[in-house]
Design a binder for this molecule. Structure first.
Ligand code: GLP
Length: 629
């Protein structure tokens, strides 16, 4: 008898399990791997695992290490094959996948070195073909991969099978897609340093595995996950080929599940608990669907789009529309700090106290001003005491060429000064910096002094940007949290030290308002780690007098805007304010233009309100209320 398919499965063409967070998923997968190893070993066979890199599998690898260290799980009889490797990188390069695997897993477990297979990034060009063929043969000789672990790139790639990779493709050298190289830019301190090529298992190689589990975390993976799970099987998204495999599954967290039909349009899948948020989601969706403002929707519109249920509970359309329209209307305010002496019953922020102490947490120096520079501008103008807190130094983001520009200018300044003898020491210092940049070469690690220079460059840029929205230098704080200074992108790990630093700041400031981001981001990303650090710090302050009356506002960075039903406060920007914000963004000279895309999102948010039938503004910065649990 065939199993009855749930309504969600009508859309999802590959089994997809949604976990509360990545740690839960990692735990379940690691337990499965443990069972697999035990079963295979009992049968006298090694377990063959296909390994992936990137930030996604890191929680899974941490759990495997824990199982090994605390519960005696052994990898002596395990053979591994990694998906891919950058072409042109030595195995000991800090960004090579060989090094990544050693750091994140292999150096901490008892797997014999000879059992580890990773494509070599340094095989000479004329031997690449043979190397790839041998890799395929080694997989077959080992008996094939029992369980292949996968992540997913923003282009929908698995391994490095960029769009256009065929279902039959085998291990080979490929050219990396522009988006993939942009995504790796922060790992390599600038896109120009990211290798152009990689050696990757093919889609065909991957699909030969007996079982596959693809993991994805955070809302910036949500769009591509939905396409891979619900869309057509296509070479344009190599992860979609998993739909054709008899034993492939997706393990995702809440953030990455957001675009799946069962969460995005739940009424198409089953009965819905019509909370105010869900109701608003449905009405806004209906309006977008019909390209008609909320107040012009009629009963038939709802009935014909699977929303008759909502209508019978909360209709007729006319009443429902008005309720939602009013709610949307009440989210709009030019007074993000609250309007003093005004009735605040329907305003997002309370009127008193006035003025307020507002803390804007910026995970890296650029994030806060880029995302909510207009709101900062308004708060300050309206008399509030605004402090921008840059949590990390952001130094890993600054390209060598930028550091070189500063060091060379300093060098030239000293050397060409009329009284150059007086500047001898400074000139030597600058010369040393220029030498260090040259010596470490394209892919080398930054020595501490160089990292410091890069941090100072971003500090200066944030101060300039803050000044462009009216904040003085004394209104910008730099915490340089230790987790960032000690780590690398995709592998950061926070500690008690980070939390203590933030908690001390909170206690000193006793804010009335906090602006923060990262709640739904990839758990390994800087915004997400910063969010958790702040959350823990706030927990430590629980019970203190100031905290009960502190409101928390979530904002979004360049990746993903809030949808209309998620917004609790929308702050309109006038054309002049938008211009000031744009001017502020030009101060971030060391960052790529990709970092600076929020003005487009701000304009799109305003356009969205307009099309829902509300007032038409130039741009908007949007926020969601965050209630600590
Ligand atoms: C790279 C890797 C993929 C990985 C992807 C996503 O492209 N070759 O195997 O899935 O990055 O990386 P992350 O997990 O860091 O998001």
């Amino acid at each position: 008898m065939s199993r009855r398919r749930s309504a969600a499965e009508a859309f999802e063409k590959v089994p997809t399990q949604v976990f509360a967070n990545s740690a839960e998923a990692a735990k379940e997968l690691a337990a499965e791997v443990r069972k697999l190893i035990e079963t295979k070993n009992k049968a006298g066979k090694p377990a063959v695992l296909g390994m992936a890199t990137g930030s996604t599998p890191v929680p899974f690898y941490r759990e495997l290490i824990r199982l090994h260290k605390e519960e005696g799980m052994s990898f002596k009889n395990v053979i591994t094959f990694n998906l891919d490797e950058y072409y042109g990188l030595n195995a000991d390069h800090p960004e090579s996948y060989a090094r990544f695997m050693a750091d994140q897993l292999f150096d901490h477990i008892d797997i014999p070195k000879k059992n580890i297979h990773i494509p070599k990034g340094t095989v000479p060009s004329d031997q690449v073909f043979a190397h790839c063929r041998e890799y395929e043969e080694a997989i077959d000789t080992a008996g094939g991969v029992d369980l292949q672990i996968l992540g997913i790139g923003r282009t929908g790639h698995i391994g490095f099978n960029e769009p256009g990779s065929s279902k039959e493709s085998l291990t080979r050298r490929i050219t990396l897609d522009r988006i993939t190289r942009q995504d790796a830019a922060s790992d390599f301190r600038g896109e120009e340093n990211v290798p152009h090529f990689a050696i990757t298992m093919g889609v065909g190689t991957i699909l030969r595995a007996k079982k596959l589990v693809l993991m994805a975390w955070g809302e910036n993976k949500a769009g591509i996950v939905a396409k891979a799970v619900e869309g057509p099987v296509t070479e344009a998204i190599s992860a979609s080929f998993l739909q054709d495999h008899p034993d492939a599954r997706f393990f995702i967290d809440a953030g990455a599940s957001r675009e799946l039909t069962r969460f995005k349009l739940p009424w198409l899948v089953g009965p819905v608990n019509w909370t105010p948020r869900e109701t608003q989601r449905a009405v806004c969706w209906q309006s977008a669907q019909m390209s008609r403002p909320v107040l012009k929707l009629v009963d038939e519109d709802y009935n014909e789009h699977g929303l008759s249920d909502l209508l019978s509970e909360q209709g007729p359309a006319y009443q429902l529309n008005i309720r939602i329209f009013n709610r949307l209307q009440h989210t709009i305010t030019g007074w993000p700090g609250g309007k003093p002496d005004a009735d605040d019953t329907y305003r997002p922020e309370r009127a008193r106290p006035f003025p307020k102490r507002c803390l804007v947490f910026s995970p890296e120096p650029q994030d806060g001003v880029i995302a909510i520079g207009g709101t900062i501008d308004r708060l300050r103008e309206q008399g509030h005491d605004v402090q921008v807190v840059s949590l990390t130094s952001g130094s890993l983001r600054v390209a060598d060429s930028e550091a070189d520009k500063f060091a060379s200018t300093l060098l030239e300044l000293g050397a060409t000064a009329a009284d150059s003898a007086q500047w001898k020491e400074q000139t030597e210092y600058a010369r040393e910096l220029v030498r260090l940049i040259e010596e470490k070469g394209e892919f080398g690690e930054d020595p501490p002094v160089l990292r410091r220079l890069k941090a100072l460059i971003l500090r200066g840029e944030l101060r300039d940007a803050a000044a462009a929205v009216g904040l003085g230098t004394d209104k910008v704080v730099f915490l340089d949290l230790p987790f960032y200074e000690k780590g690398r992108y995709r592998r950061f790990r926070s500690s008690e030290e980070d939390v203590a630093t933030v908690a001390a700041l909170l206690r000193e400031w006793k804010p009335h308002q906090i602006y923060l981001t990262g709640d739904a981001a990839d758990p390994s990303s800087v915004p997400s780690i910063c969010f958790k650090v702040i959350e823990t710090a706030l927990k430590q302050c629980e019970g203190e007098e100031w905290i009960g009356s502190c409101t928390n506002w979530l904002y979004r960075g360049k990746e993903k805007a809030f949808e209309p039903h998620e917004i609790d406060m929308a702050v309109p920007l006038s054309p002049n304010q938008m211009e000031r914000k744009l001017r502020a963004l030009t101060r971030y000279q060391s960052l790529s233009s990709l970092e600076l895309q929020t003005p487009d999102l701000n304009r799109a948010a305003a356009a969205q309100y307009d099309s829902l039938g509300l007032a038409e503004y130039e741009a908007m910065e949007c926020f969601q209320r965050w209630r600590r649990v």
